[in-house]
Design a protein around this ligand. Structure first.
Ligand SMILES: [Zn+2]
Ligand SMILES: [Zn+2]
Length: 243
């Protein structure tokens, strides 16, 4: 009799287990892949976020040479991806070199924070100063802020407002896939410079502690330069901002 009750109990718990398995496999299927390219003489990280369905968001295309533009295009073709959105974390020249190419190749219009528009307009002038002339993006611009989400399949990617390195830098947080693309705000054991126009060390510190260090420790941080890190690693080892 006791065994019988046990049997019935385990039967009753079956739908619960099945629901959990379903949720797990769905979660797996919805995971976002991140491809990293290192482009241009400033060694900027360009990111593609893409899912199993082949939808793809282009983040900070820094491709400067024909070879780099081909590299981006070849990857998209080889994986049969469908670029659906073009976004910039911020508009320093090294992050915007390829905006025009992505727009002309895939018909995508640029999404940035409104506070970066001026930085974008200044980028070609900075290009001349760095001896890196380029043709700026001139298509329509759409604005995003911390109330915006990017959609990649079923996963909503949250926009975080993380200024300080530049006036209106934003980060892209994919909670389900457990990563954040943080632009030049936070690096592995370093932080973004604050001596460029619109930079502010106190604002940068606030962005890191209040927007990034509150994310789960295992969250992978993909930065605008250098190797990926995690929130937990930075909270323990970042010499500039401890958590
Ligand atoms: Zn920057
Ligand atoms: Zn940069």
């Amino acid at each position: 009799m006791i065994q019988m009750i046990g049997y019935l109990r385990s039967l009753r718990s079956m739908p619960g287990i099945q629901a959990k398995i379903n949720a797990f496999t769905q979660e797996k299927a919805a995971m976002i892949n991140v491809k990293i390219f290192q482009f241009n003489p400033l060694q900027e990280n360009t990111y593609l976020m893409y899912n199993e369905a082949g939808d793809c968001i282009v983040v900070d295309p820094g491709c400067y040479t024909d070879k780099e533009r081909d590299q981006l295009k070849d990857f998209i073709e080889a994986k049969q991806l469908r670029p659906i959105m073009l976004v910039n974390t911020h508009c320093h020249l090294d992050h915007v070199f390829g905006n025009k190419f992505v727009h002309e190749t895939y018909g995508l219009e640029l999404h940035i924070h409104e506070g970066e528009k001026q930085v974008l307009e200044m980028a070609p002038t900075s290009g001349l100063m760095w001896n890196l002339p380029f043709d700026n993006y001139t298509g329509p611009i759409h604005f995003m802020d911390e109330k915006s989400h990017l959609a990649l399949g079923d996963e909503a990617i949250q926009v975080l407002f993380t200024p300080g390195h530049s006036p209106a830098s934003i980060s892209f947080y994919a909670a389900q896939s457990s990563f954040v693309i943080a632009g030049d705000v936070l690096f592995r054991e370093s932080v973004g410079r604050t001596d460029l126009p619109g930079g502010n060390p106190a604002v940068l510190l606030k962005s890191i502690t209040e927007q990034l260090y509150c994310l789960p420790e295992e969250t992978i941080v993909y930065s605008g330069h250098g190797m990926p890190t995690t929130i937990g690693h930075e909270k323990r080892h970042n010499p500039y901002v401890s958590g």
